[in-house]
Ligand binder design. Structure first.
Ligand code: GLU
Length: 275
């Protein structure tokens, strides 16, 4: 279902997404951990395989990876009930996560770099310029930047709160021309696909945004970090003229399919003034 958008508009957005030279890929915790909150090697390797496809096409890729708190929870038997405990767990999980990314990208002889950010780094022009310069240098060197929120120092007042927002800020900040948000749901639906068999995938979002928002408001109860923030992040990017796709991390060759303009997940068409 494309909800009233012209087929030609959707096809053009897919072509733009396929042609992107610089891609931000955001992977959520569920796309990296198993039901017991252990880092899932199979999932992580699949993500890296998918990213390798983009890299081998000559594209720059910046990965925004969640999973630090999740992986920390699986690694040491401590509860994550308080903010302090979640913060501490993130530091355990983050180093484990990077260790696994290092090993996994090594299979392709690729090097990775860790960047941990807070809202301050995005708001302060000097810090933001430094961040851009570091990312450009890493990309020049062929190193894959892997960004996460710096959960150890991001407290309730200052934390970005969600990597969906971080990835949309990063997309615009590093002049990327595509954002791909990988989730365990795989797009925007007319209902909750995990509970409702009749829920249909909405293929494209653009001028139908208000209606899509209404549907999401009626059908989902998930708060921060759910489909709502993914949609907001993708919309933000598309309002800046950049296409965004929300897709399923477990779909075979998901990034390759985007890079070859196949219909995947939900695409947010770049908005050029019309709403
Ligand atoms: N930074 C958090 C983590 O790595 C995740 C935040 C998010 O998923 O939005 O665990």
């Amino acid at each position: 279902m494309s909800k009233g958008l012209e087929e030609a508009t959707v096809t053009e957005a897919r072509r733009l997404a396929a042609d992107a030279d610089r891609v931000v890929v955001k992977a959520g915790t569920n796309s990296l951990t198993d039901d017991d909150s252990n880092l899932d090697d199979g999932k992580l390797d699949k993500l890296v395989d998918d990213i390798e496809d983009l890299l081998s096409r000559g594209k720059d890729v910046i990965l925004v990876s969640s999973g630090a708190i999740g992986a920390g929870t699986g690694r040491i038997e401590q509860s994550s009930g308080t903010v302090e405990e979640s913060q501490a767990l993130s530091t355990v999980g983050q180093s484990h996560l990077m260790h696994r990314y290092t090993e996994s990208f090594d299979r392709y002889d690729r090097k990775v770099a860790q960047l941990l950010l807070t809202q301050h780094d995005l708001e302060n022009p000097e810090r933001f310029t430094n961040l851009r310069n570091t990312v450009e240098t890493l990309l020049d060197w062929g190193v894959v930047p892997i960004i996460n929120e710096n959960d150890a120092v991001a407290t309730a007042e200052i934390r970005i709160g969600d990597n969906d927002m971080l990835s949309s800020a990063a997309t615009m900040g590093v002049d990327a021309d595509l954002l791909v948000t990988l989730t365990d749901v795989g797009g925007v639906y007319t209902g909750n696909p995990k509970e409702d068999d009749d829920a249909e995938r909405i293929e494209a979002v653009g001028t139908n945004y208000d209606e899509v928002q209404r549907i999401i408001g009626e059908t989902t109860s998930d708060g921060f970090g759910g489909i709502q923030t993914k949609v907001e992040g993708a919309r933000d990017v598309s309002e800046h003229g950049i296409p965004a796709v929300i897709a399923k991390s477990t779909d075979p060759d998901v990034l390759e399919r985007i890079a070859t303009a196949k219909p995947v997940g939900t695409i947010f068409v770049p908005i050029n003034g019309e709403r």
